[in-house]
Design a protein around this ligand. Structure first.
Ligand code: ADP
Length: 216
């Protein structure tokens, strides 16, 4: 495999939707959120290390991770959050690298939230940011997760800013219209990545799609 594209974007920007459209072209899309869930399943070293560190209270009676309790534990304790991340991030990164290396396509996509601030950037050759206004992020998030505007706003504030993401973008997919309007830009990006992976275009060529949108 010749090219790994990091697909990122703010919460509810449309990453999963974009990932599904790439999959419909036969591209392997590796989902970091899924890997983060997998590394704490029973029997996995990630869960054993967490129990070693935080104690058995973080387990449900069936031996699975009590996610809510774990979240509450680190919520107001930055030190505990750092410890949690220092245990899990290397495991997640190693598993993402393993799946990327096992991928047999001409290119693959790693879907990683918060890629702009993360050490996971070393795993990718190129970054595609799904971009949308904060107002649409908030309204989609409220609808998708059935939460209040206030909570949605807080969740956005806890993330990277739109500017931080755009600053690391090679390509930008602007997702502000109807979902169906993504089909053509995704097809263009897919063709572009195939050519990049085959060395047929220069990697300095960046796509901001749809072309009518210029990045603020
Ligand atoms: P992410 O994976 O970035 O968190 P999703 O792909 O889950 O975002 O999109 C968030 C929500 O917004 C989903 O319910 C999705 O169906 C919806 N959505 C995504 N793009 C659009 C769009 N262009 N118009 C309307 N709704 C959208």
């Amino acid at each position: 495999m010749n090219l790994t594209v990091g697909l990122t974007g703010g919460i509810a920007s449309g990453k999963s939707l974009a990932g599904d459209l790439f999959r419909s072209h036969g591209v392997e899309v590796i989902d970091a959120d899924q890997v983060a869930r997998d590394v704490v399943t029973p029997g996995h070293p990630g869960l054993l290390e967490l129990v070693d560190h935080f104690g058995p209270d973080i387990l449900e009676t069936d031996g699975s991770l009590a996610r809510r309790r774990m979240r509450e534990r680190v919520f107001n304790d930055p030190e505990a959050r750092r410890e949690l991340e220092s245990i899990l991030h290397p495991l997640i990164q190693a598993e993402l690298a393993r799946q990327r290396d096992a991928s047999t396509g001409i290119y693959c996509i790693l879907m990683v939230p918060l890629l702009a601030r993360s050490g996971m950037r070393v795993l990718v050759n190129r970054i595609l940011v799904v971009d949308t206004s904060e107002a649409s992020q908030i309204s989609r998030l409220c609808k998708r997760d059935n939460i209040s505007q206030e909570l949605a706003k807080k969740m956005l504030d806890a993330q990277e800013t739109r500017q931080e993401r755009l600053a690391v973008a090679d390509d930008v997919l602007f997702n502000s219209g109807e979902p169906a309007l993504l089909d053509a830009p995704i097809e263009r990006l897919h063709q572009h990545y195939l050519k990049l992976a085959r060395g047929q275009v220069d990697s300095s060529l960046r796509l901001h799609l749809p072309e009518s949108h210029s990045v603020p």
